[in-house]
Design a protein around this ligand. Structure first.
Ligand code: NAD
Ligand code: AKB
Length: 312
C-alpha cells in the first residue's frame, strides 16, 4: 500500500485518526498535514493549505501518496461567521483534493455531515436518499461536495468514499466550532466540577457518535470491498439520537452535582433546528457492515474515565 496523507490532521477527528492509522499501517506510512506549524511527536508532518493545489501536488509526489483522508474544513458555526472563507476552504479544498486524486491515482475520504440536510428533509429516520436543501453555508458546501464526489467517481473513476457524520464526541482535541460542540463541552465542565451554560435548548434532538466508532467507520469504509458500495457521495452513519437534557441525565450518574443552564445562542439553535433528529444508517449497515459499539451510557462512562485520567 502506498503512503497515506491526512489533511486538517490537527483537528478533532485528525487528532485521533492519525494515531489510529499509524498503529494500523505504520508510523512511516502516514503523513499528517494542517495549516499550523506541527505539534511535536506526531510522526511525519507537512504544513499544507488545502486551498493551494501546488502544495498538495508537491506533497503527494514527494511521498508517493496513495490514499488521502481530507479532513480540512471550517465547521458550521465558524462557517456561518465566515461564509466566503468556508466556501473557499470546504469547496475549493475538496475540488483540489479530488483533482489531485484523479491525477495521482489516489483513493479519497470525504467527511460530509448531517448538515448536508435541511428543514425540508424528513427529520426522523432521515433516509439515505432524500430531499437535501441545506440552509447553512456549511451544509451547502457539504452537499455540493457530495455531488462533486459523485461526479469524480462517475466521470473519472476516482475511488472516493464518504460518510455523513453526526456530531462527534471525543476526549482528545477540542471541537473546531460546530453546533454539536455542546456535548463535548458538557463533559469537560462536568469532569472539572464546573457549571455549564448550554447554547442549544434542552430538547434539541440531534444525532451523535463517539469518536472511536467514527474512527472505526472511516477506516472500515476505506478498506471495504468496492463492489457492494452503492453510494460514492456519503453514507448516513449514527450511533445515538439525543437531546442536551438526556445527556445531562446520563452525566449526572457520574457527576450528581452537575448543573446546566440553558442560554440559547440563536445562530447555533437555528442551525440545529434545520438538521435531522435521527438518521437511517441502514445503507451503511448493508453495504459495508457499519456497526457502532457505543450507546449513550457506554460513551458517557468512557468519556468520564478518559477525562478524569487526564486531569488527575
Ligand atoms: P476541526 O475544525 O477540529 O479541524 C479541522 C482542521 O482543518 C483544523 O485543524 C484546521 O486547522 C484545518 N484547516 C482549516 N483550514 C485549512 C486549510 N485551508 N488547509 C488545511 N487545513 C485547514 O474539524 P474536525 O471536527 O476534525 O472535522 C474534520 C472534518 O469532518 C470536517 O470536514 C468536518 O466538516 C467533518 N465533520 C466533523 C464532525 C464533527 O462533529 N467533528 C461532524 C461531521 C463532519
Ligand atoms: C458541526 O456541528 O458543525 C459538526 C457537524 C455535525 O458537522 N459537528
Amino acid at each position: 500500500m502506498r503512503p497515506i496523507l491526512v489533511t486538517g490532521a490537527l483537528g478533532q477527528i485528525g487528532a485521533e485518526l492519525v494515531p489510529a492509522l499509524q498503529e494500523r499501517y505504520g508510523v512511516e506510512r502516514v503523513v499528517a498535514s494542517d495549516l499550523r506549524p506541527c505539534a511535536p511527536a506526531i510522526g511525519l508532518y507537512e504544513r499544507l493549505d488545502c486551498t493551494e493545489p501546488q502544495m498538495i501536488a508537491d506533497v503527494i509526489r514527494r511521498y508517493d501518496i496513495g490514499r488521502v483522508y481530507h479532513l480540512a474544513a471550517l465547521l458550521s458555526a465558524v462557517a456561518e461567521a465566515r461564509p466566503q472563507d468556508a466556501w473557499n476552504v470546504n469547496m475549493g479544498g475538496l475540488r483540489n483534493l479530488l483533482e489531485a486524486a484523479r491525477r495521482f491515482g489516489c483513493q479519497l475520504f470525504f467527511p460530509s455531515s448531517i448538515a448536508a440536510f435541511g428543514p425540508s428533509t424528513p427529520r426522523r429516520r432521515t433516509p439515505q436518499v432524500t430531499i437535501q436543501r441545506p440552509i447553512t453555508i456549511y451544509g451547502v458546501s457539504k452537499l455540493a461536495g457530495e455531488l462533486l464526489c459523485d461526479y469524480y467517481f462517475n466521470r473519472f473513476g476516482v475511488d472516493v468514499r464518504g460518510l455523513r457524520l453526526p456530531g462527534l464526541v471525543s476526549a482528545g482535541a477540542a471541537p473546531g466550532g460546530g453546533t454539536t460542540d455542546y456535548a463535548v463541552e458538557m463533559f469537560h465542565a462536568a469532569v472539572r466540577g464546573e457549571r455549564y451554560a448550554c447554547f442549544l435548548s434542552a430538547n434539541t434532538r440531534l444525532d451523535m457518535m463517539y469518536m472511536p466508532d467514527a474512527i472505526s467507520a472511516i477506516i472500515e469504509l476505506m478498506e471495504a470491498d468496492a463492489a457492494p458500495l452503492r453510494y460514492r457521495n456519503a453514507y448516513n452513519v449514527t450511533a445515538m439520537s439525543i437531546t442536551p437534557v438526556e445527556l445531562v441525565v446520563e452525566i449526572r450518574k457520574h457527576a450528581p452535582q452537575f448543573v446546566v443552564d440553558f442560554r440559547v445562542d440563536p445562530l447555533r439553535q437555528s442551525i440545529a433546528d434545520s438538521w435531522p433528529q435521527s438518521l437511517d444508517a441502514n445503507a451503511a449497515r448493508e453495504d459495508w457492515r457499519f456497526a457502532p459499539s457505543f450507546d449513550l451510557a457506554a460513551m458517557t462512562a468512557d468519556m468520564f474515565a478518559r477525562l478524569s485520567a487526564k486531569i488527575a
